[in-house]
Design a protein around this ligand. Structure first.
Ligand code: PD2
Ligand code: ZN
Length: 281
């Protein structure tokens, strides 16, 4: 049976949010009552965009205090200091912006060359214990640069800070990933999950992640798109381009579930910049 978000349901959800019920708890009660999870997420997320936060949620939400490129007035080109970056696509909720001309081919090459000798099998934050572990959902190889580690990295970090209006000091070091044919990164959220054992200690350094920028360092022949299953969007990896997204709340109603689709032909190199709430020192 097809399910629809009716005006009555919308009214009921508004009342719940206004009386202080958390968005995540609402989604759980809706799925327990037989609603499809995706529809429940969509219904709650739509109300949140319209400003229907409950009082507690409002206090916890970072809306208005997030990295955000100046795309509001329909601008096609953005001044990123030493480079003019183009705006190729925007989505309102989740906030997604696709950029063109963020990096030159020479900068991409320099980052790949500096990263290559340091590549190791990628790990993810462990769910049960403190630390990280190798995960079958993530079959890429990767490494991290220190912030400002090379001239190119420092220049890129200053450019990103200006582009998304977020301090360099709030950024993690750039991560470089390499995917060979068949390698993928299954859909996940980039924020730290409050239920995981290591989250408490991770948050002490810089707070939550609030935004992600995935930059494409080369163009694979086929496959390797960055996908957003909640909004059925796929961004093809084209050298020098990037996809940015932000998340006001560290929960699924952010609609920021995303993954790296399997590379089908050729290889894929990306650099990821994660942005924190506070200074990441
Ligand atoms: O490589 C990607 O497309 C990708 C997809 C999802 C990278 C990340 N997540 C990440 O670095 O978090
Ligand atoms: Zn990710």
């Amino acid at each position: 049976m097809t399910q629809y978000i009716t005006p009555d349901l919308r009214r009921w959800l508004k009342e719940q949010l206004q009386s202080g019920v958390k968005a995540t708890d609402l989604v759980i009660s809706m799925t327990q009552a037989g609603w499809e999870r995706k529809l429940a997420l969509q219904a709650v997320a739509e109300l949140k965009i319209d400003g229907w936060f409950g009082k507690k949620e409002e206090a916890n939400s970072l809306a208005g205090k997030l990295p955000e490129p100046a795309v509001g007035d329909g601008r096609c080109l953005l001044d990123a200091g030493d480079r003019e970056v183009s705006v190729l696509a925007t989505v309102q909720h989740p906030r997604v912006v696709v950029f063109g001309n963020l990096l030159s081919a020479e900068e991409c090459r320099a980052i790949i060359d500096a990263a290559t000798p340091r590549m190791q099998r990628s790990e993810t934050v462990s769910e049960k214990s403190v630390g990280s572990e190798v995960n079958v959902a993530r079959t890429s190889r990767g490494m991290f640069f220190e912030r400002g580690e090379t001239d190119v990295i420092a220049r890129l970090e200053a450019r990103i800070a200006r582009l998304v209006n977020w301090p360099v000091e709030n950024g993690e070091g750039v991560q470089v990933l390499n995917y060979q044919p068949g390698a993928e990164y299954q859909p996940h959220y980039d924020y730290f999950d409050a239920r995981h054992a290591s989250t408490g200690s991770i948050l002490k350094r810089g707070g939550q992640r609030v935004g992600t920028l995935v930059m494409y360092l080369n163009t694979p022949k086929r496959g390797g798109a960055t996908t957003f299953p909640d909004i059925k969007m796929a961004v093809q990896p084209i050298q020098g381009q990037a996809v940015f997204f932000s998340y006001a709340t560290p929960d699924p109603s952010s609609l920021t579930l995303h993954g790296g689709a399997p590379v089908l032909e050729g290889e894929k190199w990306v650099a990821t910049k994660w942005l924190r709430q506070g200074r990441f020192e």
